[in-house]
Design a binder for this molecule. Structure first.
Ligand SMILES: [Zn+2]
Length: 79
C-alpha cells in the first residue's frame, strides 16, 4: 500500500480509511464530505461490490479524467 495513513475512520464501521477510500467517497457522493465510508461500506451503500469499485478506480486512473484519481506512474496493467 502506498497511501499515506491518516486519522480518518469509516463513518459506518469505524475501519481506518485510506486516501483512496476518501477520494472515492468524494467522487461518488460529495466532494465536500467530512465523513467517509470505507470501500466495503461504500460498496454496500451503492449496492455494488468492492471489486467493481476497485475496477472503477482503475478505470479512472487509466483514463486520467478525474483529478482525484490521477494515472499511476507505473501503469503496467494492460487490458
Ligand atoms: Zn466501513
Amino acid at each position: 500500500m502506498s497511501e499515506l495513513p491518516n486519522d480518518k475512520t469509516c463513518r459506518q464501521c469505524g475501519a481506518p480509511l485510506s486516501y483512496t477510500d476518501i477520494c472515492l467517497h468524494k467522487k461518488l457522493l460529495s466532494r465536500s464530505a467530512v465523513t467517509f465510508f470505507c470501500m466495503d461500506c461504500m460498496a454496500v451503500y451503492c449496492n455494488t461490490t468492492r471489486e467493481r469499485l476497485e475496477a472503477y478506480i482503475a478505470h479512472l486512473r487509466k483514463t486520467g479524467t478525474c483529478s482525484l484519481f490521477p494515472p499511476l506512474p507505473d501503469e503496467n496493467n494492460e487490458e
